[in-house]
Design a protein around this ligand. Structure first.
Ligand code: ATP
Ligand code: MG
Length: 459
């Protein structure tokens, strides 16, 4: 999209205009400009300005705009206009990064171009003002058009300053569907080791972003050096020969196929826990590998061990706890044989509901997709299970439509019915009876109707 069609939202222009009317210079910068040039909308707006942050705060407050002093050490204040935040930062450059994570100091400067030069990639190093147009000293617009992620300046130096940029390069390439320019890509592998010094939480956020792009399979195939530095648990998957007739690929390529598969099955919008589960479902295969007398490989206990490894890795990366629990449940059950029978489907649903209360239905749909993608990632002769899973999904949807039974709370009788019909007092005995009824319903031996369950209690 040509630059003169960029529409800066009015709320953000209030900030730019207030600063310029006070005699400072101000531009919209970074992700908003990039995404607007790509024709996207809705990115939050960041502003870069010649005003020192104290003046920014004063000028904006005088214009009736709410200001929060969110990062004044780095020259940042956050203006809030009509409830929407506009991060406003003084032109700055960064000093040395002795810890390879945080600049030791920032230095404020007077030229917007200097500020753009400290930014990571050419496509992120553009500024825009409706009257002055696009400020693009590093060819960002051209790289956007060509679909290229290219470091601003010498890539090796830029990655050594801040190793997180290595992972950001992969995230932007995934998100935008871009390739990484040759020199920048060569520097990625050389600098990836620096990720060890980066806070796990920040790595977790970038990995989450890579997964959210729906293109983690690309990152696994093309940038495994970077991915394995970010998440060392991935490293043993690479080149791991499964020695099994079921598998035509090593664990890494199989995983990439499963990650791509769940996206396809979810229209590119797979739930977050399913994405993490696809990435890590076979993570424990190398560690649980054994070879039988016939020379064939086995991976006994890999789902259970995989869930454990995933829990510790995701916890370390500060992934939200609910997501971790869900991913673990999916990994633990990914090899569970499921048929299209009501009994089998109810068993899956109740196991997932037990692991993640309230999430049994959604996770069952996710598990069927994981299993389908897993089957399709096997050797061609063993992909047939994917078709059988159509039957599983049909039964599952019928169960959900009919009102799922996954826990004793879903039974059509209550503890009060049990006490009355059996003549017993409140206490653990009541729960035992209800659990007995639940297993009979899950086994499809009893329908979940009030008459049938009461008859069973009276029996
Ligand atoms: P997103 O849509 O993911 O938020 P963004 O471009 O807004 O993308 P941010 O991480 O919010 O990215 O950062 C805003 C801008 O700050 C970037 O566009 C880039 O110019 C600059 N930037 C952010 N992090 C770094 C970094 N580690 N090194 C250099 N520049 C950075
Ligand atoms: Mg941003």
């Amino acid at each position: 999209m040509p630059a003169d069609t960029i529409q800066v939202p009015a709320y953000a222009m209030r900030v730019v205009d207030a600063l310029e009317e006070a005699g400072f210079e101000a531009w919209v910068v970074g992700g908003f400009v990039r995404d607007a040039l790509l024709g996207g909308e809705g990115h939050d707006v960041d502003v870069t300005t010649s005003a020192p942050w104290q003046s920014t705060a004063e000028v904006l407050r005088r214009a009736g705009i709410e200001v929060h002093e969110t990062g004044t050490k780095h020259g940042t204040v956050t203006a809030v206009v009509g409830g929407l935040p506009v991060e406003t930062t003084t032109y700055r450059v960064e000093g040395a990064y002795s810890d390879r994570r945080h600049p030791d100091e920032v230095r404020f400067v007077t030229d917007a171009r200097e500020d753009l030069a400290r930014r990571d990639f050419t496509v992120n190093a553009m500024a825009y003002h409706p009257q002055r147009g696009l400020l693009d000293p590093f060819g960002g617009q051209e790289d956007l058009a060509a679909g290229v992620i290219r470091a601003v300046g010498d890539p090796r130096r830029r990655f050594d300053e801040d190793a997180l940029r290595v992972l950001r390069a992969v995230r932007f390439a995934c998100r935008l569907g871009f390739r990484i320019e040759g020199g920048t890509e060569a520097a990625l592998a050389e600098s990836a080791g620096g990720l060890r010094a980066v806070a796990q939480e920040r790595i977790g956020q970038e990995l989450d972003g890579i997964l959210a792009s729906g293109r983690v399979s690309w990152a696994l195939r093309r940038e495994i050096d970077v991915m394995a530095e970010a998440l060392p648990e991935l490293a043993p998957m690479r080149g791991f020969d499964q020695r099994s007739p079921y598998h035509a690929y090593d664990v890494l390529e199989h995983t990439a196929r499963v990650c791509a598969g769940v996206e396809e099955l979810c229209g590119g919008d797979a739930p977050r826990a399913l994405r993490w589960a696809a990435l890590l479902h076979d993570v424990a295969k190398p560690a649980t590998f054994s070879v039988d007398d016939g020379g064939r490989g086995h991976f006994f206990g890999h789902p259970e061990e995989g869930a454990r490894v995933a829990g510790s890795a995701m916890g370390r990366l500060a992934v939200e706890r609910g997501c971790v629990r869900e991913a673990q449940a999916l990994i633990r059950l990914h090899d569970l044989p499921i048929s299209g029978s009501v009994r089998s489907v109810r068993r899956m649903m109740s196991k997932l509901e037990e692991a993640c209360p309230g999430r049994g239905e959604a996770l069952s749909l996710a598990l069927v997709r994981l299993k389908r993608a897993d089957a399709l990632g096997k050797a061609p002769a063993y992909r047939g299970y994917a078709v059988e899973l159509d039957g599983v999904e049909r039964t599952l949807r019928a169960e959900i439509a009919r009102g799922s039974v996954m826990s004793i709370g879903d039974l059509k009788v209550t503890g009060a019915d049990v006490m009355r019909e059996r003549g017993i007092e409140a206490g653990p005995g009541v729960g035992m009876v209800l659990r007995g009824l639940l297993s009979a319903v899950l086994a499809d031996e009893l329908p979940n109707t009030r008459e049938a369950l009461l008859a069973e209690l009276r029996y």
